[in-house]
Design a protein around this ligand. Structure first.
Ligand SMILES: [Zn+2]
Length: 149
């Protein structure tokens, strides 16, 4: 199962579906299968009929996704090795949703490129992004789309 976690926003992505946390309670969950130290919950996410709990080992910092059914019976556990950044994902989805011709009408290719690079969380050319940002108001005036990247 493809499970990724955004540690900052406590959002878990399961097979491309974002699950927001229902609670951020910290409870003792169990013992780490890597180092036998205590594992504590970070966030609880309703998942299918039950609950998906993200929990972290006190000692080795391994992060686990533990799935329970509706009666809190343990179903499965996975170590999370992939992480994502919700803001970047949303920025990218947002940019992709804008018609390319509209972008090209206001921004230069270098500016568009820097917006995408920023949205992907990669190193971008500040100069181009700053120029692009100055045009966000024009873009909104023209197309009614507010960009915030
Ligand atoms: Zn551990």
């Amino acid at each position: 199962m493809d499970i990724r976690y955004d540690v900052e926003n406590n959002v878990v992505k399961v097979e491309d579906i974002d699950l927001c946390p229902q609670s951020l309670d910290i409870n003792f969950i169990g013992v780490c299968s890597h180092c036998n130290s205590d594992v504590f919950s970070m966030s609880y996410h309703p998942y299918e009929d039950g609950m998906l709990v993200i929990a972290k080992c006190n000692s080795c910092d391994n992060i686990y996704a533990i799935i329970y059914d509706k009666d809190w019976n343990w179903q499965s556990e996975e170590t999370i090795s992939q992480f994502f950044d919700l803001k970047s994902c949303n920025d990218l989805k947002f940019l992709d949703s804008i018609n390319k011709k509209k972008l090209a009408a206001v921004f230069t290719p270098a500016e568009i490129d820097s917006m995408y690079t920023k949205a992907r969380g990669e190193k971008y050319t500040r100069q181009y992004l700053y120029r692009a940002r100055k045009k966000y108001v024009d873009f909104e005036d023209l197309f009614g789309i507010k960009i915030n990247i």
